[in-house]
Design a protein around this ligand. Structure first.
Ligand SMILES: N[C@@H](CCC(=O)N[C@@H](CS)C(=O)NCC(=O)O)C(=O)O
Length: 209
């Protein structure tokens, strides 16, 4: 089995990194420096024409988009590891939360990050168009981000995990919360999210022992 992971620190690839770690998979890591343009070289664009990380190559199958990668890894490795539901309806729940994490939560967080001064984004520095760096853009992104956090909090307030049991969907979304906190957004006012984050940390700690 061959698994190659294109990664950059403080990027969306951290989500895939956390999923790979939870699955205990052995892989080749290729670390790219986004600031030096290493995601935009002709050689890398042949692998991922979007010029972004993460990219994962599994036995010749080239995958981009962290949500697709988490679901693929769940399907191929996660079921046997007890970290991904084998069938509906829980499978559908996992897909719903993973896609929502990217399309709604991380999308709003990304706009918030883009509008912040470069040293406060909690992420790798990228060029941001000036129209995305206004106070109005920051306020709109914050409103959208808070709306997402409220949805997540409501889903977790009476539950241990997003699904009936801990799975890759928790790891995927929990990693985004880490980034959101690193941007200075305090999520401690959301009791469902806070208790869930603590449970995810405990799980991660027990996985490395
Ligand atoms: N929707 C994509 C987002 C990937 C993405 O935007 N990655 C950024 C880092 S967070 C990147 O690689 N940027 C490199 C560049 O723009 O050159 C995913 O979830 O995988």
């Amino acid at each position: 089995m061959s698994l190659t992971f294109y990664y950059a620190p403080f990027s969306t690839a951290s989500v895939t990194d956390a999923v790979l770690a939870a699955l205990g998979l052995t892989f080749e890591r290729i670390t790219l420096n986004i600031s030096k343009g290493e995601t935009r070289t002709p050689a890398y664009l042949k692998v991922n024409p979007n010029g972004t990380v993460p990219t994962l190559i599994h036995d010749g199958v080239i995958l981009w988009e962290s949500a697709a990668i988490t679901m693929y890894l769940g399907e191929v490795f996660g079921i046997a590891a007890g970290l991904y539901p084998a069938a509906i309806p829980q499978r559908g729940e996992a897909m719903k939360w993973i896609v929502w994490g990217n399309v709604c939560l991380a999308e709003a967080a990304g706009r918030y990050s883009a509008a912040l001064p470069p040293d406060q984004t909690g992420a790798v520095e990228v060029d941001v168009p000036p129209e995305q760096q206004t106070l109005a853009a920051l306020a709109t992104a914050k409103t959208d981000l808070v709306a997402c956090l409220k949805i997540l909090d409501a889903a977790l307030i009476h539950k241990q995990y997003l699904l009936d049991q801990y799975c890759l969907a928790d790891i995927h979304l929990y990693t985004f919360i880490g980034w959101i906190n690193a941007m200075g957004v305090d999520t401690s006012q959301y009791p469902g999210i806070t208790a869930w984050c603590n449970r995810c940390i405990e799980r991660q700690n027990s996985q490395v022992q």
